[in-house]
Every structure is written in structure tokens, then in C-alpha cells.
Design a protein around this ligand. Sequence first.
Ligand SMILES: Cc1ncc(COP(=O)(O)O)c(C=O)c1O
Length: 319
Amino acid sequence: MKIPLKIKLANLPTPLQKISFRGNQFLIKRDDLSGSELSGNKVRKLEYLLYEAKREKADIVFTCGGDQSNHSRATVIAAANVGLRTRLFLWGKPKKIPDGNNFIYNYLGAETVYLNKQQYKDVNEIMFGEKLRLEKKGKRVYVIPEGGSTTLGILGYVDFISELNNQFDLTKINGIVCAAGSGGTAAGILAGISLLNLNVKVYAVNVLYPENVIRKKTLQLAEGCILDFNLNCKIKEENLIVLSGYSTEGYKKIRLKKLNLIKEFALETGIILDPAYTGKAFAAYQENFLRKNSGLKNIFIHTGGLMGVFGRRREYLSI
Ligand SMILES: Cc1ncc(COP(=O)(O)O)c(C=O)c1O
């Protein structure tokens, strides 16, 4: 194994809590508590990525996401933490009064480039094209692809499995459930499970890409990570299960039924789920595990996203 170094940015370990909802107990791993401004899953990936950016002596970091991107917000904060500027390539339109994550990146003075849905399909070409242009002027640019999901970034979620295994004997667990956007979190977990030779399923709730696409991306990332860092293990493809059908309304929308579930969950537990990721992942968790009272055998990861809630206050207040 040749694991690279990382910077310490996150408050780790995040708590593993046993709580109950609708009378059923379950285990929830609170990665939403990994930080304050830096809260959520992205900071684990950024610890590796920004170490590399600094090692490469970058002047500026490029990354991308939706206009309410948790990943972009975490990158802007983490980059500021290590003295780097950020340019964001965002899918959407600028708002008159920025809110939620968008408020934070504007507040911190990140450069923003807005792209429409069609343009955003080529966001990697756009970012790398701009990198080339700046490099001709003597600047050094470090590009972080969507969600920080590179084979390097997802090492953060390989480490997550060791952390979780120290908190709870994972041989007693059947599965781990998380939201899947770019697939990096699920991929890191899958690699982490293989590395510890655990018989645990990874349930990825796809909110952005179709089932076949996210499955391929996740497996490729996990296998790439094992190869790049010489991890002594092999992925079992059957350990990855995509729980599809929980974001059929679209990535930027959320159905009333899920808003009601989020509200009920908040009232009963004091924990707030976000509209794009954890609200949808929890709907899948409730239907497939909690309702069947198997929440103590299947851990739900709260991957963060609180700031995204502020950008959607109208929907949250509508119920
Ligand atoms: C709150 C939250 N949960 C889950 C995810 C999904 O993580 P990944 O992109 O690694 O699949 C994201 C990605 O942006 C996120 O912001």
C-alpha cells in the first residue's frame, strides 16, 4: 500500500449514534458533524485533495457542482483554510440574493462561472481548458472534478471504514446506506470494506445519475483507487447495491412526501436532512430498512447538506 499524506481539516471521528424514529432504533453515522462551515462528506476527500494541491504549489483550485453545491462550499472553505483561492463552475443561474451554500461561496469571494445544463455536460473540458489558458500565463491550477471524486479523494472514505470499525464491530453489520451523487463516497466505502475484508453491502441511493451510470462510476472509482494506491484487496461487485427510484422528481426537486418525512424526522430527532441528498437517501433507508426494523444492522450515513436547506426554505416552509 502507498497511501498519500493528507491535511487535517475535519473533526474526526464523527459520532455514531443510536437513535429511534417511528419506534424503530437505528444507527446513524453523523458525517454532517465533520465540521461547521466544512460540514458533510466532502471534507474527508478534500483532506487528500488539498494536500496534493499544496504539494503541487497551486495558486488556485477549480471545482464544479450545482448552484447549491455542498461540495463547492466545502472546497471554498477548505481552500481558504490552506491559503488557496477557488474558482467554481456552477450549473444554474446567479441569484439576486445568494442563499445557503451559494451565500457562503459568494461571501468568501470565490470566483463563479455559471453554466447552463447543456454547457455543464462539458464542465471537465471547460475547467481543463481554462487551466491550460492560465498555466500559459504562469499560474498553477489544481482541478477537483465533481464531488471531489477522484481515486485520491475517495481515500477519505476508505479511512472512514476504519474509523467506523473502531466505533462499532462491522462484522455485526449487514449494510451501509448513503446518498450517491458523483459516487465517490460509496466507492471509498466499497474499497474500505474490501480492504478490511468485511461482508457488508454498500447501498448507494442515486440522486443525480441513472442506476447503470452510477454503478459504473462507483465501481470504476473503487477499482481505480485500489490500483492507484496498491491496496491489498479486490472489490466484490455484488457488495454494491444501487437503491434507485428515490430521486425520480429530479436532482433539483423534491416531492412533498419526502418533505413530510424530513419534517417528521426533524421533529422527532432534531436532525435536519437536506433536499438533494440525505432527504432522498433517508426515504430509501426508511422504506428498505427502518420500516422492516433492520436499522441496527444497516447504518445510515448522514452526509451533511444543512446549508442547502436554506436555499430551499420556501419548500421546507410549505408543509
Ligand atoms: C450532502 C451530500 N451527501 C451526499 C453527497 C454524495 O456524495 P458523492 O458525490 O461522493 O456521491 C453529496 C455530494 O455532493 C452531498 O453534498
